[in-house]
Design a binder for this molecule. Sequence first.
Ligand code: MG
Length: 258
Amino acid sequence: MKYYLVLMTVLFSSTAIVHGQTTIKQANSSSANPDNAPVFEPIPSVVVPGATFSSPPSDAILLFNGKNLDEWVSEDDQSPAKWTIANGVMTVNKASGDIATKRKFTSYQLHIEWKIPADITGSGQARGNSGIFLSGRYEIQVLDNYNNENKTYVNGMAGSIYRESIPLANPEKKPGEWNVYDIAYSDPEFNEDGTIKTLARVTIFFNGVLVQNNQPIEGSTSTDTRHVYVKHGPAPLKLQAHGDKSAPISFRNIWIRE
Ligand code: MG
């Protein structure tokens, strides 16, 4: 019940933003979580997934084919991406930082598979942390939360919109096994003056289980600051090299349909 109250508050807040043409910051002042702070309930139910992995359809753009990082650059300086490739898999190189696609996208369907190392260590947000940044700004969290054993704030679990929206369930596989996100993302629209016109929205299937359902995004998902929108156009997809000390995670089979 409490969750639905939170959800309704967020939806109401979003509507006010769209029709009132106010800034997110003003509109969020009455939000249930105005500062995008960590929250700790409700804890998503564990679900055992039954998903199989899918090959790209004919009109997909392959962003990672298992062989090279030709579609990617280091986000910092736009130099060629320096993450590691072995056995058809790319692995985060934490020292070299985040990577971003050379291509820019607006709204899309994204398929991306990721794996936490079997010997992962650490706790909370320092256990297999990475992330998929839609429009380079809105993070869908990647973290080890298998079987709800790694305690952290629930709006920072795998399948969350980071510090915004709690996943509806937890179908994560155990470290050493591959997970998949299938994401439908709608880009936000902005007014001429830079204020938000239409919120970004995202639907996420996590190992075939719905965890975000056409969920409004409240703004750029930074840590420890209230989320706000800053006007942007087509933007790269970004993958996170998180600075924690746990072993780096891996990605494979990344494709996108605009
Ligand atoms: Mg992250």
